[in-house]
Every structure is written in structure tokens, then in C-alpha cells.
Design a protein around this ligand. Structure first.
Ligand code: SF4
Length: 330
């Protein structure tokens, strides 16, 4: 099933993802034969406009990080299209992909994993320029100083090592590296999930400021709807490899239609001591994408499940807030 998140603007999208699939083979038995596939991403479609943020939300194991890595071409997708300014990245080989690597960057949840701990921050930030043969040493050092300034770190940070910084500061270094080559699209994979709440808002505000200054587009991946609320123009909800609901940020919060989206919204804390919680607690974990449930993939956990849900997969509606649920098909 193809799930399409259509933008309503007349602007040409920067990114158009069409029916994207990432099926990992599962080796079984003593001969390690491939009998089954882990359908981590199973037919996902959406657009991102220049300067826009699409929030992608779902529980851990729903395929959202795999989707982000496919778009950055850290994985070779099984099927589908990744049209970036009209070029299908899914079909490009390693060499042909090289110029696009400058345009698409990633920010990871734990910057320590992506920052080489044996290199100084200056060396880490200089590396993308060396890889892409840009400028001489004086120019590169000047750019490093500018990048540090852009993310709110002092120039002297260049001589220090990543372990000497706090989690929030390290994420600033990760962001500086992501913007070094003037990208057009940044895939932010849970960039604030490991940070304290007070630091989270500082990093989100930094990302918003940089977006305004450089007209960046973001695919902002998170497991928590509260985090994406602040930063997203549109939001897509993902469950077991597919988008089950999408729409403008405000309308998703005000009029969520899918029972899964409703349960995620009910989990957002309300800072009011008199607020009576109406939290809908989901039972169980996300089922395995190797053996997904029949019919609606959410039926094993849905508080509104009906008989039809167990055998017939719902089709995504084609209105302004597409949803894939039998409660909303006429
Ligand atoms: Fe729940 Fe049925 Fe809708 Fe799936 S199709 S979300 S099981 S009501």
C-alpha cells in the first residue's frame, strides 16, 4: 500500500519520497537461508518543501530511523523513489551520489557516536571540507570558527575534544558539522531525545534559527509528539513501516483521527495541576515487522478495533488529513 503525504502548496518540493520500501532479509536455519524479510519501511510516500519541517513520529521500532537513513542513502532502499530536486537518489551509485551528500546531512541522537573522539572539534569540523576538496587550510580554519559561532560555541572549542563537552554542547558540534557544507536538507534523527528538557528547547531553537537563516528543510524524527510540536510545519505518524496519519501540525494536535495518533497525543504532559489526565495507554509493544498482524497492523493494540480490522487493511484517505483507519472510510 502506498501512503502519500501531499503538500498543498504550489512550490516545487525539495524532496519527494514515493512508495519507499526497505526490506531487510532475515537469515534463518543452519544454512542461514533467507526465508523472511523485516519490512522496516513498507511503502512510504511524502514531500518536503524548501524551508519546511516535516515531523516524523512513532514508537521505537516503527521504521522512522531506517526511513531517514534510506533518504540519506546510508541504506540502499529495496524499492521506491527518493526524488531530490527531481533526481532519483535511490538509483544512484556511490560516485554519482557524492555531490548529493553535500546537500543532505544527518544529525544523530548521540553525537558521541558520530564524532571521532580522537580528533579535536576543529579537526572534526574541518573534515567535510577536506573530503570535498574545498579551500586551503586558512580558509577552512576560518570556516570552523564561523561554524562554532553559528551554533553558539566559543572559537577556542576548536582545540578541545568531544568528551570535554556536555551533551547539549556536543549536539551543537554535531549541528555545526551538519551545516558545514551548506546542505538543503537535514535529517534530524531524535536529536534532542538524550538531552535534559531545558537543553532540548535550546537545541530546538537553534535548529529553528538556522532554518530561517539558511532556508533549510528538516525531516525531524522523534518518538514523542510533544518534541515535534514546537518545530514542525507538518507531521506524519508512522506505525510498523507505514504512515498512518499526516497533516498540518496544528490540525494533527486538535483533530487527530487515527486511534494511534490519539494515544500519542494523550501521552503529552499538560503543565496544569488541575488537568485531569485522559491518557490512553497502549497495551503491548509494536509487533514484529517480520510477521506483521493481518488487516490493520494496529489492530492488536487498538482500543477501537472492529471485526473488519482483523482481516482488511484500511486504505489511506485522500483528503487534507490523510488517515488509514476503517473508522474514517466511507
Ligand atoms: Fe483501530 Fe480498526 Fe482503525 Fe486499525 S482500522 S486503527 S484497528 S479502528
Amino acid at each position: 500500500m502506498s501512503v502519500t503525504l501531499l503538500n498543498n502548496a504550489s512550490v516545487q518540493p525539495l524532496l519527494q519520497v514515493r512508495d519507499l520500501k526497505m526490506h531487510f532479509p532475515v537469515k534463518e536455519g543452519i544454512f542461514m537461508r533467507t526465508g523472511k524479510f523485516n519490512k522496516a519501511v513498507d511503502g512510504v510516500s511524502f514531500d518536503i518543501l524548501p524551508g519546511e519541517t516535516l515531523g516524523l513520529v512513532g514508537e521505537s521500532g516503527c521504521g522512522k530511523s531506517t526511513l531517514g537513513r534510506c533518504i540519506a542513502r546510508l541504506y540502499q532502499p529495496t524499492a521506491g523513489e527518493i526524488l531530490f530536486n527531481g533526481t532519483d537518489l535511490a538509483r544512484l551509485g556511490r560516485k554519482a551520489m557524492m555531490p548529493f551528500r553535500r546537500d543532505i546531512q544527518m544529525i544523530f541522537q548521540d553525537p558521541m557516536e558520530s564524532l571521532n573522539s580522537r580528533h579535536t572539534v576543529g579537526e572534526i569540523l574541518e573534515e567535510p571540507f577536506i573530503v570535498h576538496a574545498m579551500g586551503d587550510k586558512v580558509w577552512r580554519r576560518q570556516r570552523v570558527t564561523e561554524l562554532l559561532e553559528l551554533v553558539g560555541l566559543p572559537a577556542r572549542s576548536a582545540t578541545r575534544y568531544p568528551f570535554e563537552f556536555s551533551g547539549g554542547q556536543r549536539q551543537r558540534i554535531g549541528i555545526a558539522r551538519a551545516i558545514a557544507l551548506n546542505p538543503k536538507l537535514i535529517i534530524c534523527d531524535e536529536p534532542v531525545s538524550a538531552l535534559d528538557v531545558s537543553i532540548q528547547s535550546q537545541i530546538l531553537n537553534l535548529l529553528i534559527d538556522l532554518q530561517k537563516e539558511f532556508n533549510l528543510s528538516y525531516l525531524f524524527i522523534a518518538h514523542d509528539l510533544a518534541v515535534v510540536k514546537h518545530i514542525s510545519d507538518r507531521i506524519a505518524i508512522m506505525y510498523l513501516g507505514r504512515i498512518v496519519e499526516s497533516g498540518e501540525g496544528e490540525s494533527i494536535y486538535r483533530t487527530a483521527r487515527h486511534p494511534y495518533t490519539q494515544s500519542l497525543i494523550s501521552a503529552i504532559p499538560v503543565p496544569d495541576p488541575h488537568h485531569v489526565s485522559q491518557r490512553q495507554i497502549l497495551v503491548g509493544d509494536v509487533p514484529s515487522p517480520i510477521n506483521p498482524p493481518s488487516g490493520c497492523a494496529f489492530h492488536t493494540r487498538c482500543p477501537k478495533v472492529m471485526d473488519v480490522c482483523r482481516s482488511v487493511a484500511p486504505v489511506l484517505t485522500s483528503d487534507r488529513q490523510p488517515v488509514s483507519c476503517h473508522l474514517h472510510t466511507s
